[in-house]
Design a protein around this ligand. Structure first.
Ligand SMILES: Cc1cc2nc3c(=O)[nH]c(=O)nc-3n(C[C@H](O)[C@H](O)[C@H](O)COP(=O)(O)OP(=O)(O)OC[C@H]3O[C@@H](n4cnc5c(N)ncnc54)[C@H](O)[C@@H]3O)c2cc1C
Length: 388
C-alpha cells in the first residue's frame, strides 16, 4: 500500500519549493530502500550499512551545515529529512542525527579549520562514520558528573573512562568523546582505532534494534593536541550538539506518528468486524481523530521551530518543549495504531509495533521526557527543580 502522508492543515503550502523537494526525495528513498528491508533488520538486530553511502550521496549527513562537502539546506529541510527517515525507522534517523548533529556539528561549530578540513568531507560523504560519547554507566540525565578524564601528556592528552549507550559506537571510525580536563568538560576527536579504545555492542534491546548501540571503553587512549575541540569549554559543548539533534528528533517523531496513523487508517478501512469496516465505528474514529489532531498540532509546532531556528531566535527550552510533546505524541499514536490493528498489530508484518518499541528509546534519549519537563519548568518559573 502506497504511503499517504497526513497533511490535514495543508502545511505543504508553508514550505519552500526546496524544502518540499528534499522531503519528497527522501520520502521516495525511504519507500524504495528502507521499507522493503527494515523489518528484517529490526528482527535480526542489524543496521542496514548499505544505506550509508546512499545517505552520503544524497547529502543527508550534516545537511544543514555549510561548506566542507555539506549540503547547506535550511533547518526546516533538515527537519523534514528527519521526519521522512523516521517514517521508515527511528534507528535510521538516529544514524543520521548522530552523524550530522552530534559528530559533524561539534567539529563544524567548535573545531579548528584543520579539524574541519580533515573530518567533515569524510563524514559528509559517509566514507567515515562517527559516534558521540557523552553518557556514562552512572551518568545519564546528569552528564556533569561524568568520570571520564583527559590528562595532559607530552604534546597531547591521555583519556580514560567508559561511555555507554553510544549509537554507532562499534561501527564508528571516529568518536567525539566528552571528558573532564582539569575538572572542565572538553570535547576530543578520537579515531576509534587508537590504542586503548574498545567498543562493545549492547545486545538484547527491545528498541532501536536496527541501530548499533555500544559501550566505549577508553584505557590510556593517547591523542595529539589536535584532538581537542579548541573553541568550546564546559557542558555547553555537548548541549549545543544535543540542541541540533533534538530539533531533528521533534520532526522525526512526527514522521513515526504519521507512519503509524497511515497504517492504522488503511487497516481500519479494510478490516471488517460485525457488519462493517472497523473505521466505521465511533470508538475507532475517535482514536484516528485523536491521531490526526495530535499529529497536526505537532507538525505546526515543528514548522514554527524550523522558522525560529532560521531566524536565529530558537531557544533550547523551546526545543525541549517540542521534543517532549512530539515524542510523547508519537508514542501514544503508535500504541493506538497497534490497538487498532488488533492481534495483527503485535506481529512484524505491520510497522506500528516496531515504531512503538523504537519510540521508547526516543522518549528516553537526548534528554528524557521528564528532564525536558524540568528544563521548560525552569524556563517558565525561573526556579530549577533539579541540581546543576
Ligand atoms: C538506544 C539508545 C541510544 C543512545 N545513544 C546515545 C549516544 O549516541 N550518545 C550518548 O551519549 N548517549 C546515548 N544514549 C543515552 C541517553 O541519552 C540516556 O539514556 C539518557 O540521557 C537518560 O539517561 P539514563 O538512561 O542514565 O537514565 P537516568 O538519568 O538514570 O534516568 C532514569 C529515570 O529517572 C528520571 N530522572 C533522572 N533525573 C531526574 C530528576 N532530576 N528529576 C526527575 N526525574 C529524573 C529520568 O527522567 C528517567 O525517567 C542512548 C540511549 C539509548 C536508549
Amino acid at each position: 500500500m502506497a504511503y499517504a502522508a497526513l497533511d490535514y492543515y495543508a502545511l505543504d503550502e508553508l514550505f519552500t519549493n526546496e524544502e518540499r523537494m528534499v522531503r519528497d526525495t527522501v520520502r521516495e528513498l525511504v519507500s524504495s530502500k528502507v521499507m522493503p528491508t527494515i523489518g528484517k533488520h529490526f528482527s535480526a538486530g542489524t543496521f542496514p550499512h548499505e544505506l550509508v553511502p546512499v545517505f552520503g550521496e544524497m547529502g543527508l549527513l550534516g545537511p544543514s551545515l555549510t561548506g566542507y562537502g555539506c549540503a547547506g539546506i535550511s533547518p526546516t529541510a533538515y527537519g523534514l529529512i528527519c521526519q521522512e527517515l523516521e517514517r521508515g525507522d527511528s534507528g535510521i534517523r538516529s544514524f543520521c542525527s548522530v552523524q550530522g548533529s552530534l559528530v559533524m556539528y561539534p567539529i563544524w561549530a567548535h573545531g579548528s579549520e584543520a579539524q574541519k578540513q580533515q573530518w567533515l568531507p569524510e563524514l559528509a560523504s559517509g566514507r567515515m562514520i562517527g559516534c558521540f560519547g557523552l553518557t556514562e554507566p552512572d551518568f545519564g540525565s546528569n552528564p556533569s558528573g561524568m568520570l571520564t578524564t583527559a590528562k595532559r601528556s607530552g604534546g597531547g592528552y591521555v583519556l580514560n573512562g567508559t561511555k555507554r549507550w553510544i549509537t554507532n559506537g562499534s561501527v564508528a571510525h571516529v568518536a567525539i568523546v566528552w571528558a573532564k580536563l582539569d575538572g572542565v568538560v572538553r570535547g576530543f576527536i578520537v579515531p576509534t582505532k587508537t590504542k586503548g579504545f574498545t567498543a562493545r555492542d549492547i545486545h538484547g534491546k527491545w528498541s532501536l534494534r536496527a541501530s548499533v548501540t555500544s559501550e566505549l571503553i577508553l584505557e590510556d587512549v593517547e591523542v595529539g593536541e589536535d584532538a581537542l575541540l579548541p573553541n568550546v569549554t564546559g557542558l555547553k559543548g555537548p548541549l549545543s550538539c544535543l540542541s541540533q539533534a533534538r530539533f531533528g528528533i521533534c520532526y522525526g517523531a512526527v514522521g513515526a506518528a504519521m507512519a503509524c496513523y497511515d497504517e492504522a487508517l488503511s487497516y481500519a478501512k479494510d478490516r471488517v468486524q460485525f457488519s462493517r469496516p472497523i473505521a466505521g465505528y465511533q470508538l475507532v474514529q475517535r482514536k484516528l481523530v485523536d491521531m490526526v489532531q495530535e499529529i497536526t498540532k505537532a507538525q505546526l509546532m515543528c514548522w514554527r521551530l524550523g522558522r525560529l531556528k532560521e531566524s536565529g531566535k530558537l531557544t533550547p527550552s523551546q526545543i525541549s518543549l517540542a521534543k517532549r510533546n512530539c515524542v510523547a505524541m508519537a508514542r501514544d499514536c503508535a500504541r493506538d495504531a497497534r490497538d487498532i490493528l488488533g492481534a495483527n498489530g503485535v506481529t512484524d508484518e505491520y510497522q506500528c509495533g516496531r515504531h512503538m518499541l523504537n519510540l521508547e528509546s526516543v522518549f528516553t534519549y537526548e534528554g528524557t521526557h521528564d528532564i525536558h519537563t524540568l528544563v521548560v519548568g525552569q524556563d517558565v518559573t525561573g526556579l530549577a527543580a533539579f541540581d546543576g
